[in-house]
Design a protein around this ligand. Sequence first.
Ligand code: 13P
Ligand code: SF4
Length: 302
Amino acid sequence: MTKQEEIQKLKEEKDAVILAHYYVRPEIQEIADYIGDSYFLSKKAVDLPHRTIVFCGVSFMGESAKLLNPLKTVLMPDAEADCPMAHMVLRETIEKAREQYEDLAVVCYINSTAEIKSWSDVSVTSANAVQIVKNLPNQNILFIPDRNLAHFVAEQVPEKQFVFNEGYCPIHENMRAEELRELKQQHPSAKILVHPECSQEVLALADYIGSTSGIIEYAKASRDKAFIIGTESGVRYALQQAREDAEFFFPRTEPICTDMKRITLDKVIDALRHGTYEVNMNNGQADDAAKRTLTRMLELAT
Ligand code: 13P
Ligand code: SF4
């Protein structure tokens, strides 16, 4: 039996469904039941009838799925797959801002730990941040942890005042504007599509800025035949499937999230067979508060 057949058999036996982010390895995207960006996956996790969710992504994704589905078993094939940015804010930063601004909304990117979510008012993803911040009644916004996404949102919502935090995604932050410029020189007709976690210098070069799904949708709908992509290279799999006729160019220094790449077929098989590694949320009121920020996002984004 192949690994893929084994996964199929185990999934049926365990009443399990596999969710995967676009940044995981192609062979994992191939066996997933649903592939998507963080927003799609968090919505999907709530709709599914299965008893068990195997989440092929990093820990904040598994935590969010468990918070939204406390009665389901949520498994992470690799217990160490974590997002470094998800930890990049101090509680003092939030407390200080709350003291300073009476009507402050603490808006937390979904790429954050459950603890950070519990200190916040609403979660957002890169796909819905602009819409949610626009619709909040608050005038002052503390956007955590990602400063790059925060600056992008602040530009789209100039009527609000932003307090920034110094968090960042190391993979998107390291993307070099000159490498994208070089690609543009080599392929002048290519459109530049980038993720808002990139630096402002990279965003300034873009024809389109959006979430991973946004980038894929843009390429799908476009008549162009060449694209320069400014996000983690795992999206190549979905882009090539969406546009077999098009070419996709990534920066010379390939953007790779090593945490996302920790998920392998063998680990998915272990997860299904042995129930490893189960996400358990045992922080009572803090978990309730974290769940509220996620539910508020789902309500405000629809
Ligand atoms: P999206 O999938 O929401 O675009 O986010 C990218 C990301 O960094 C996920 O970790
Ligand atoms: Fe975190 Fe960046 Fe990896 Fe996404 S790509 S999981 S933001 S480190």
